[in-house]
Design a protein around this ligand. Structure first.
Ligand code: G6P
Length: 363
């Protein structure tokens, strides 16, 4: 077993470090695969677009929905797979459901996909496992090329899913005439830096993640906040620390603090702010950071190296400055590492967190 860990103490750490390669492979796979265009056509012919998943894959789905709205000007409806029943009554022929599942076998997602199909919706699968159940039952399947993921908590499958789904958005937007070819090329150029961005993000944050974990291991509760394009990534950060370090973590849009959650904040309460590279978000998040600081919160920033908010953070995870579309790729690795090191420091096995399974094939 230790041989397959490639010299790393855990699969999770190995898989975090495999992200640059997984992103290159996924990018390469997409560039030579005509199914991306076919999937865009199915979407372009559809009346409405739904997207569903569970766990980490759901956060990738949220990224898709945000990007589709911003780039293509089209609203997609994302939902947690186990909640499919609430959406079913409105589904009919002409709709499309994108089912995202790294394993392709998650029962909640499979059931949602089957139910939508029965009502006449077309199905697009996004998976990491060729010919798994969900791709088999779909009209078309798109694959990430992350390679096998052994650690229970998803890492490289998340960043590759967001890369693939971003390309689906771009291809669709181009097909619908929502963007020009020159705009497409510009976005694609940003996305093609994914591997390099992830490599830098990992290298820049690993030392700090180790240090911060020593303080974090004593905490019982924390928040992961962001807005808009940063929110799916913040949600993924909170999920990681819950799954692996067993610290209660909540993620919600930063603007909601004043409507309730700020009541919990006291001296030393950790709040991670995920700051996308965008002047608008920097401006609105500044206010949210300050309201937390005023209550004594311990502010951990995950932000581009050239952010204007650097001085606001008690601890600053610098990530490479890049387009907002790559936020999950640049900002997730520090939070994966933080969860990993906090987990191991507390004496847990990050590859096999308690009560969790890699693939949940029951409802
Ligand atoms: C389980 C795993 C999660 C994963 C979720 C969805 O709950 O513990 O890490 O995100 O299933 O898995 P899928 O294979 O459908 O992406």
């Amino acid at each position: 077993e230790s041989a397959s860990k490639g010299g790393y103490p855990h699969f999770m750490l190995k898989e975090i470090h495999e992200q640059p390669r997984a992103l290159v492979d996924t990018l390469y796979g997409l560039s030579s695969d005509p199914t991306l265009r076919e999937a865009s056509k199915i979407m372009a012919e559809a009346r409405r677009v739904f997207i569903t998943a569970a766990g980490t894959s759901y956060h990738a789905s949220l990224h898709f929905a945000v990007a589709l709205s911003k780039i293509a000007g089209v609203l997609a409806t994302p939902f947690v797979a186990s909640e499919y029943e609430a959406y079913l009554p409105v589904v009919r022929e002409g709709d499309v459901l994108i089912a995202v599942s790294q394993s392709g076998e998650t029962m909640d997602t499979l059931k949602a996909a089957r139910a939508f199909k029965e009502r006449g919706a077309k199905l697009i699968a996004v998976s990491n496992v060729v010919d798994s159940a969900i791709p088999r039952e779909s009209d078309i399947a798109l694959y990430t090329r992350a390679g096998p993921e052994i650690g229970v908590a998803a890492t490289k499958t998340f960043t590759t899913q967001t890369l693939l789904l971003s390309f689906l958005v771009l291809d669709y937007a181009l097909l619908r005439g929502a963007i020009l070819k020159s705009e497409y090329d510009e976005y694609a150029r940003e996305l093609s830096r994914a591997s390099d961005l992830a490599a830098k993000s990992i290298a820049w944050s690993e030392g700090l993640a180790k240090k911060v974990s020593e303080m974090l291991r004593l905490k019982q509760s924390m928040y992961y906040l962001s807005r808009g394009v940063g929110l799916p990534t913040a949600m993924e950060g909170a999920l990681k620390i819950k799954e692996l370090a067993y610290i209660h973590a909540e993620s919600y849009p930063a603007g909601e603090s004043k409507h309730g959650p700020i009541a919990l904040v006291e001296e030393g309460f950790p709040v991670v702010f995920v700051v996308p590279r965008d002047v608008y978000y920097e401006k609105v998040l500044l206010g949210n950071i300050q309201e937390m600081k005023a209550r004594g919160a311990w502010i951990i920033g995950v932000a581009p190296e050239d952010t204007s908010l650097g001085e606001q953070f008690d601890l600053f995870f610098r990530v490479p400055s890049s387009h907002w579309l790559t936020t999950p790729i640049t900002h997730t690795p520090p939070m994966q590492l933080l969860a990993y090191y906090t987990s191991t420091l507390k004496g847990y096995d990050p590859d096999k967190p308690r009560n969790l399974a890699k693939t949940v094939t029951v409802e």
